[in-house]
Design a protein around this ligand. Structure first.
Ligand code: AMP
Ligand code: MG
Length: 412
């Protein structure tokens, strides 16, 4: 039997991404329903934001020319609360003004109320400071300009993007339809939590990890359950899943042992590349496509088979499936951003593979290592808040800088 090729993480990712094509179907959704979706077209602002020059402080709108010395006294000629518009400011006067209210014509600065005193005559304010032009003024259009792009196509919509779109005056957004992903989990040893464990059995944890990963990326996830280690059952599950999904992901059964049926099943139902990727955890990864029917016009459904060990399937999902899905969604897809951080432990076990260590940030701003880095110990990923990307052959000493990838950047 020929050994599958050994690829670097980057080579594997480049290969995956060269195939993924963004979904084209678009739907129009109300703002709240668009959370977690991807913008299908640029959003242009309908208005200038803010629409007028306005004050960022409670205080007095003044002319700087009238307040060039400390202690100048001005007549309070008008009062402008937020939501109303004043009248032009006459020389020698001030306007009592409140945060968000438009700056009256003629004023060129705001003095915050803490720097003012109203003593003696109730309609006179003493300005206990020298003001400079423009102070405490938020300028018309400094956030968004009418007719200009406020959000670009391909943007993943988080709460703050919905707010930007609302400030631009929009009620609905054109978004890509959700990417549809089916998942099944191979292994005769697997049982669903809630069921009794038979001898030799373990609970299916990949189901909950991977379905939740899909949901956090905004996918429509279909759970096809546990599939026994049999070729016919695996083929049947693939045929069923290929019909109305963009991608099938599986866990387990991607090695080339005789209980591993993913390779022959996908080969029979479509086409498959099986790779050894020089990473740890997570060496074997299968990539291919499953025919939707005998009619080629129906096209194919992408397939990615992840290893069964819980940490391996989680890490390979984050490194490979996630960017593949991002590309299907029309988002920018690349290996995740890493940041230089200080390791507070020694790492002397150089590995030939690119290793991803489960670590967490300690209160001294360094990284601690979870003591058990076995690919079966999922607690390492839950204790941890990210991964160290440790290149092949690397060792480091406590105090050295390493490349840290936070999980938070990988789950949205
Ligand atoms: P496999 O890739 O099928 O050889 O499985 C590798 C290891 O991962 C074995 O110890 C399996 O029992 C375990 N495993 C496979 N699938 C799952 C799953 N869904 N949940 C938890 N462990 C699993
Ligand atoms: Mg198995």
């Amino acid at each position: 039997m020929t050994k599958p090729p050994m690829l670097t993480a980057q080579q594997a990712l480049d290969h995956l991404l060269s195939h993924a094509k963004p979904v084209t179907e678009v739907e129009k959704l109300g703002m709240q329903d668009a959370l977690g979706r991807v913008l299908a077209q640029d959003v242009e602002s309908l208005v200038d934001v803010p629409p007028l020059d306005n004050t960022s402080m409670d205080g007095y709108a003044v002319r700087t020319i009238d307040t060039s010395t400390i202690g100048s006294s001005l007549k309070i000629a008008q009062r402008i609360p937020a939501g109303s518009v004043g009248i032009p400011l006459e020389p020698g006067t001030a306007a009592r003004i409140f945060t968000g209210a438009p700056i009256p014509v003629g004023a060129d600065a705001v003095v915050m109320q803490e720097d003012c005193a109203v003593e003696g005559a109730p309609d006179e304010v003493r300005i206990n400071t020298v003001s400079t032009a423009g102070q405490w003024i938020r300028h018309r259009g400094e956030d968004l300009s009418a007719g200009k792009t406020a959000l670009s196509a391909g943007t993943f919509l988080r709460p703050q993007e919905l707010g930007v779109a609302a400030s631009a005056g929009l009620t609905h957004l054109q978004v890509k339809r959700r990417v549809r992903v089916a998942a099944f989990f191979t292994g005769d040893e697997l049982a669903l939590p809630g069921e009794p464990l038979k001898p030799g059995g373990i609970y299916n944890s990949n189901r909950d990890t991977l379905l939740a990963c899909l949901k956090s990326l905004g996918c429509e996830a279909t759970d096809l359950g546990i599939i026994p280690d049999r070729l016919d059952a695996t083929r049947e599950a693939l045929r069923h899943a290929s019909k109305d999904h963009d991608l099938i992901i599986t866990s387990g059964g991607v090695s080339v042992g005789e209980e591993d049926h993913i390779k022959p099943a996908v080969t029979a139902e479509g086409r498959l590349d099986l790779w050894q990727i020089a990473i740890k955890p997570g060496k074997p990864l299968a990539f291919g496509a499953v025919r939707r029917s005998d009619n080629p016009a129906q096209g194919e459904c992408w397939f990615i088979g992840l290893p069964g060990n819980p940490v391996s399937s989680f890490v390979t999902f984050l490194l490979f499936v996630r960017p593949f899905i991002l590309k299907l969604q029309g988002r920018e897809a690349k290996l995740p951003q890493s940041y230089p951080m200080r390791a507070d432990f020694d790492w002397s076990k150089a590995d030939r593979r690119n290793e991803f260590l489960r670590v967490r940030i300690n209160q001294h701003g360094g990284l601690d290592l979870f003591p058990n880095q076995s690919s079966g110990v999922l607690t390492s990923a839950s204790w941890g808040d990210g991964l160290i990307d440790c290149p092949p052959g690397w060792t480091f000493k406590s105090g050295d800088l390493v490349q840290y990838i936070p999980f938070s950047a990988l789950l949205a």
